[in-house]
Design a protein around this ligand. Structure first.
Ligand code: GSH
Length: 203
């Protein structure tokens, strides 16, 4: 059975657990990283000292987007892994674009969620909110062309950004008007695997 290593309050672990459930893959998730620390056995699988890592049928794999692509190619069928490379590329680019978005949003999350109020740098929070709001305008523009970042149907390309969108809409930050992103986020919230793995308290 697929094993997903990583604490669920990690954005990158949420991606993998959510995707596995969307694809109906049976899995066991094991907490590690953050407050759980690491074991030597884990670090032998993933010397980066990062989560997530998966074990599947003899394969050990790290890097969350590589994991998503592997799961989609192996288990997702054409809905998650279109045979046509051009169709696949529509959502694929958003998966990697999101790493830049994560950098933009990071300080807002870290200071508002992981730091005590007295230790928060609110100027850094405001700068991160402004930067992520600007990047969200690109998502807003993309959603004018189709309901999903993956195209006409929900797909892999919606997963990384969907994880960060929950944080964006949950943090107490200033946000620009983003009606299409809000509608897309509302559509995500109706998906049970999203509710179960992503819409959990930010910690
Ligand atoms: N590019 C890596 C980044 C992984 C990453 O930065 N993971 C964070 C959590 S989101 C981590 O492992 N932090 C250290 C820890 O949890 O101990 C991926 O996508 O898998």
């Amino acid at each position: 059975m697929l094993i997903i290593w990583g604490r669920l309050n990690s954005h990158n672990v949420k991606k993998v657990a959510w995707a596995a459930e969307e694809m109906d893959i049976a899995y066991e998730r094991r907490d590690i990283g953050g407050a759980f620390g690491f074991t030597d056995a884990y670090l032998a699988m993933n010397p980066n000292r990062l989560i997530p890592t998966i074990e599947d049928d003899g394969l050990v794999l790290w890097e969350s987007n590589a994991i998503l692509r592997y799961l989609a190619a192996r288990y997702g069928g054409p809905g998650f892994w279109p045979a046509d490379p051009a169709a696949r590329a529509v959502g694929d680019k958003w998966m990697d674009w999101v790493f830049g978005y994560a950098d933009a949003q990071r300080d807002a999350f870290v200071h508002l969620v992981r730091r005590a109020p007295a230790e928060r740098d609110m100027a850094a929070v405001a700068a991160a909110a402004a930067a992520s709001g600007r990047m969200m305008q690109r998502v807003e523009a993309a959603l004018a062309a189709s309901d999903w970042l993956s195209g006409e149907r929900f797909g892999l390309g919606d997963i990384p950004m969907g994880v960060y969108a929950h944080t964006f809409f949950t943090l107490d930050i200033d946000r620009p008007s983003l009606p299409r992103v809000e509608a897309w986020y509302r559509r995500l919230t109706t998906r049970p695997p999203y509710a179960a793995n992503v819409m959990i308290p930010l910690t």
